[in-house]
Design a protein around this ligand. Structure first.
Ligand code: NDP
Ligand code: 2IT
Length: 445
């Protein structure tokens, strides 16, 4: 396999799709040796087939705002690969959403879902709709219009969307309600549902919890735990909240959270009511983290800055793609940070990852360490199929087991000669092999 050649062709076919090309390059670099050792993959065109989505659906989403003005957004669903199960992946509502971002997310999702051990293919969708400052009624009308188109593309055995940035429990409720109205059926077509109508306990916490469980496993390889560790978290959304909650439970001290406006530094530690307050901040639809420092005056707000300049042992980037660059990575390492667990999708740039690998930092890629979210979505699908609900303890135990399993897969395929575990390589190889073998079994499709 000639990675440079494949990338050149892709760049020619998809000019400007930088995030998608970045995600593909990372995976191809990791799997190059495995593909070269297994000629059956190239013979069946696995690489050429896996880097292109099965199909991309785009549609317009017209909706009327509270002032009576008609607005039109773009809606997308990228159905990337269903070799091991129905397409599965979140919906992102954010003004930055474009095809490149959804293709990168859908591509990552294939390997992430493969790692979870559950039967789920990869997909992603969303819209350039900006939820910021919108009323609940505006969000409802938007979600209803979005589902008017999306319903024809999805189904519990076909494609099962969920949340991502800008899509949480409220949006899933509006989307599910409209699906039910159009299709006249109550079915597990979306995950992240409310507890009274098919949702799973622990799904809201799952991505953050899973990220911390994975970091716990990484720390354990060096005989360490979260007890007494200083932890820098970015973001203040769903993933950051779950991660902060679990770190605090495990005796770690969360010293930062962040938003698009800057970061909060709280030397007394973010725990208890402060973590509950994160939920209020997120639900306010204002998308700024600054009010935390007014609510808790012992904290300081650093406008326009990222949290990677603070001294910490563990960093958990939980906001968005490419939010941690080479300079940030060097600063973290210089300040003694030895463990980085990606809660967001692709938050570290390739140059930042180089810095971590070069310094033997315990570094986990999002497709491994944030897989707890979609894994628990998979558990929600299982419960929906059984028409039964597990207790929080049962779901949490299964989630914990899955995160340990993913860690083991990364160690199996990512351990280097000196014993250092390259989790990025391990995750990419383990995720790829399962999907590639399924594609081989099923013929040229
Ligand atoms: P939320 O919408 O709950 O929070 C996202 C946070 O990131 C917000 O603070 C948001 O602020 C900020 N953010 C988003 N885009 C940007 C940007 N371009 N620049 C700066 N800040 C930004 O989303 P989640 O917590 O659900 O998602 C966070 C990350 O975790 C994403 O990468 C997502 O793909 C990933 N993820 C989520 C899972 C889930 O189950 N929810 C599962 C696995 C991964 P603002 O909106 O103002 O930009
Ligand atoms: O990036 C992700 O894994 C998610 N946003 C969760 C997807 C899901 O289907 O639960």
């Amino acid at each position: 396999m000639n990675v440079d050649q494949i990338m050149m062709n892709l760049e020619r076919k998809h000019p400007g799709e930088v995030e998608y090309l970045q995600a593909v390059r990372e995976v191809l670099d990791s799997i190059e040796d495995i593909v070269n050792e297994n000629p059956q993959f190239e013979a069946a065109g696995i690489i050429d087939r896996i880097v292109e989505p099965d199909r991309i659906l785009t549609f317009k989403v017209p909706w009327v705002d509270d002032k009576g003005k008609v607005n039109v957004n773009l809606g997308y669903r990228v159905q990337f690969n269903n070799a091991i199960g129905p397409y599965k992946g979140g919906l992102r509502f954010h003004p930055s959403v474009n095809l490149s971002i959804l293709k990168f997310l859908g591509f990552e999702q294939i390997f992430k879902n493969s790692l979870t051990t559950l039967p789920m293919g990869g997909g992603k969708g969303g819209s350039d709709f900006d939820p910021k400052g919108k009323s609940d009624n505006e969000i409802m009308r938007f979600c209803q219009s979005f589902m008017m188109e999306l319903h024809a593309l999805i189904g519990p055995e076909t494609d099962v969307p969920a949340g991502d940035i800008g899509v949480g429990g409220r949006e899933i409720g509006f989307l599910y309600g409209m699906y039910k109205k159009i299709r006249k059926e109550h079915t597990g077509v979306l995950t992240g549902k409310g507890l009274n109508w098919g949702g799973s306990l622990i799904r809201p916490e799952a991505t953050g919890f899973g990220n911390v469980y994975f970091a716990q496993e990484m720390l354990a390889t060096r005989g360490m735990s979260f007890e007494g560790k200083r932890v820098a978290i970015s973001g203040f959304g769903n993933v950051a909240w779950g991660a902060a909650l679990k770190v605090a439970q495990l005796g770690g001290k969360v010293v930062t959270i962040s938003g698009p406006d800057g970061y909060i530094y709280d030397e007394t530690g973010i725990s208890g009511e402060k973590i509950d307050y994160m939920l209020e901040l997120r639900a306010s639809n204002n998308d700024i983290v600054k009010p935390y420092a007014t609510e808790f005056p012992e904290a300081k707000f650093f406008e326009g800055k990222k949290p990677w300049e603070v001294k910490c042992d563990v960093a958990l980037p939980c906001a968005t793609q490419n939010e941690l660059n080479e300079a940030d990575a060097k600063m973290l390492v210089a300040n003694g940070c030895f463990c980085v667990g990606e809660g967001a999708n692709m938050p570290c740039t390739p140059e930042a990852i180089e810095v971590f690998l070069g310094n033997k930092v315990l570094y986990s890629p999002g497709k491994a360490s944030n897989a707890g979210g979609v894994a628990t979505s998979g558990l929600e699908m299982s419960q929906n199929s059984m028409k039964y609900a597990w207790s929080a303890e049962e779901v949490d135990q299964k989630l914990h087991g899955i995160m340990r399993d993913i860690h083991n897969q990364c160690v199996k395929y990512g351990t280097e000669e000196d014993g250092y575990v390259n989790y990025m390589k391990g995750a990419n190889i383990a995720g790829f092999i399962k999907v590639a073998n399924a594609m081989l079994d099923q013929g040229i499709l």
